[in-house]
Design a protein around this ligand. Sequence first.
Ligand SMILES: [Zn+2]
Length: 259
Amino acid sequence: MQSVGMTQLEKTIRGYTYLCVFLMVMIFVLSVNTRFSAAATSDAPTDKRRVIVLDPGHGGNDIGVRGTDGSFEKAITLNLARIIAKALKPEYQVVFTRNGDYQVDLTRRTSIANHKKADLFISIHIGGSRQYQADQWTVYYFINPNQQETEFGKGPGDPKDAEGSIIFWDTVQARHQKESRIFAETMKNKLANTTGTAGIDVSHAALRVLEGADMPAIMIETGYLTNPQTEKRLNDPRFLLKVAENIRNGIKTYFHFKK
Ligand SMILES: [Zn+2]
């Protein structure tokens, strides 16, 4: 009797031991699981870095300006955008409107930026002239067409198109005009030491590539590709790196003073 009783007690204790071990394993598995899933969910929205959209001008059949030595604007703008992206990536999220040799509509370029809720939109172009000596860097920001007419003395009046219906001048970018102008000025100051004899200006125009951007937006024209010296420099990776670093500094300075 006694020995049988002992065996039952032993069996009960063993049973409890198994149950305890089982429960402990279960608790361990569950805690590891929740820790992993917590890490996974908290990872997704934590990239709080600002979003910069780079828009390399032209692409595909649209080659842009052609240099005297045969370079295409579309190729240099993409090349430069990729170098800028490398300089920006440690600090910012970078989005391209195109990252290859293909055509992208002007409206699609800004809608990509709006969709990504970008903080800044930077379009990259190179100018051209029939006079090969001509050279000039320009940082553009958008201005309403009727505002431009006023500035050139045509007076405001009711903007009407040929059919007499009122044109809706108020574009999305108009709301960001002041910030875009400040950003353009900041960028001009940072780029001033890379332009050489060409010089750099800030200008405004009713640029279609900027009008749909719902954030501060500029277009940088990095000299004239038709100028042989400029064409040579724009094909030099060390020069492009210098330009890219200045553009990164322009972005940094703009955000610094915005705070
Ligand atoms: Zn262009």
